[in-house]
Design a protein around this ligand. Structure first.
Ligand code: CDT
Length: 341
């Protein structure tokens, strides 16, 4: 990857040996992207009908000369973790998972994307041949090749039936967690992925940025009602943009956040899909809660304005001081101090 600016790499062991010079403001890695938001998918909506909807958005994107289309988390089915069924036979759990990708219903999407020369990112429930279940997202290049697969690391919600809730959030029952944040060379830059709850954790963006990510693709299904603390409901949209804007700015990345929004099987879900620049600003936003594109012209070279100045990791990060982040999971506050009160 060539860099148009003149900030030299730090040399040797002295991080101050090479002070960054002023940036060249010529930007030259343009990419037209779209957050391809979906409205609700009913529990009994056929895969073929959902794929028709994805193809409709893909066609609109092609007409608008978009090069990368990002679909939401679990984009082929309803958000089934909202239901607990004992024995799980009534829910026909397996019907919500894909055992191959592309499979019989999704091949049409791959074929059309390749014909159009439009890449895409797609979230789905994955059932592996040896019986493992993941909340997964794949990245497909403009030539139809699968560039990468990401499995959700942060699984929210609970494992057991909690009847006091209006609806369940059983991701911890129906999926195993992924264990890595990979990045890939794609679309003229370095791309990483995350899924829904991952976007609330700063570690997600930092791990991806340490892998060089310049563009982070995030699908989500976010019920607006949060049963453990309903006082957060009114803040759902604020928190959604807050975390992704911070992640973009603090890591010098573009972020594309894409919802499955609207009222799905009685559960109101957040829309507000967007494209965020490394400035931290939202540069494209959906207007409604249904199927809709939010299109933006981005330039991946803008990442360097942040990655090579204020957030030049090599120069300014202090990993030796951050050991608590990987050494422990929960907080270890100081023991109560009774003497100094
Ligand atoms: N899909 C997903 O990860 N949703 C979560 C809901 C959290 S409440 C259990 C989210 O973080 O948006």
């Amino acid at each position: 990857m060539t860099s148009p600016h003149n900030a030299p790499e730090p040399q040797g062991t002295d991080p101050d040996a090479a002070a960054p010079g002023p940036l060249d403001t010529q930007l030259s890695r343009p990419l037209r992207v779209a957050a391809a938001q979906l409205g609700p998918i009913g529990r009994h909506e056929a895969r073929a009908s959902v794929v028709d909807r994805l193809l409709g958005l893909l066609s609109q994107a092609h007409d608008a000369k978009v090069e990368l289309v990002v679909f939401p988390e679990l984009a082929l089915t309803t958000f089934f973790p909202r239901w607990f069924v004992e024995g799980e036979e009534d829910l026909d759990l397996d019907s919500f998972y894909e055992t191959e990708m592309p499979g019989p219903e999704t091949k049409r999407l791959f074929d059309k994307a390749k014909e159009y020369g439009v890449g895409f990112c797609l979230g789905y429930a994955e059932l592996t041949p040896d019986g493992h279940r993941y909340n997964t997202q794949i990245l497909v290049e403009r030539d139809g090749s699968v560039v990468g697969k990401y499995r959700k690391v942060h699984l929210p919600g609970h494992r057991e039936h909690e009847p006091w809730r209006e609806f369940q959030h059983l991701e911890r029952r129906y999926f195993e967690p992924g264990d890595t944040f990979p990045t890939w060379n794609a679309f003229g830059g370095v791309v990483g992925m995350a899924i829904c709850n991952d976007r609330r954790w700063p570690e997600t963006y930092r791990c991806l940025a340490l892998g060089g990510a310049e563009l982070i693709l995030i699908g989500y299904n976010t019920p607006i009602h949060y049963a453990p603390d309903p006082s957060q409901d009114a803040l759902a949209g604020h928190h959604n943009h807050l975390v992704m804007q911070a992640g973009a700015y603090q890591n010098g990345c573009f972020v594309i956040g894409v919802a499955k929004g609207g009222n799905e099987e009685g559960v109101n879900s957040l829309a507000d899909s967007c494209v965020i620049a490394p400035t931290g600003r939202v540069v494209a936003l959906t207007a409604h809660t249904g199927d809709e594109l939010a299109i933006a012209d981005i330039d991946l070279d803008l990442c360097a304005n942040y990655k090579e100045t204020l957030f030049q990791f090599e120069r300014y990060r202090r990993p030796e001081v951050y050991t608590a982040i990987t050494a422990q999971r929960g907080p270890t506050p100081p023991s109560p101090n009774t003497e100094d009160r």
